[in-house]
Design a binder for this molecule. Sequence first.
Ligand code: DQA
Length: 137
Amino acid sequence: MKIIIINGPNLNLLGKREPHIYGSHSFEDYLSNLKAKFTSLDLSYFQSNIEGEIIDKLHEVGFSYDGIILNAAAYTHTSVGIGDAVKAIESSVIEVHISNVHAREEFRHHSYIAANAKGVIAGFGLKSYDLAIESFL
Ligand code: DQA
């Protein structure tokens, strides 16, 4: 099963960025744990701070991968373009957030992705990604 995790802006700073919200582990460390845990999966990872690069990646993988785990970070709340890309592709997309966006500022309550995602997982820390993988399995 081919699954990709796509992370959006500022998630390259995980471990350093607001650790009280996002935790103190880097995504790279967490990813090696995930790969060790889900050995049967072909699991890849892409991170970008640039909206168009995230759209290009969705187009590239969105007609051949079995699943996409997308944390578009701040673009979740602003990007019609990423929302349209999720609508345009064929692969199932699960929207993921580390924090519980619904318990935070109001502008984080709206998602341009959720309506076209298979589901949304938010608020379980990095474990949100584990749960997304498990739901694909
Ligand atoms: C986030 C939540 C977003 O509101 C925020 O802009 C992020 C990270 C999360 O994973 O909790 O950068 O997507």
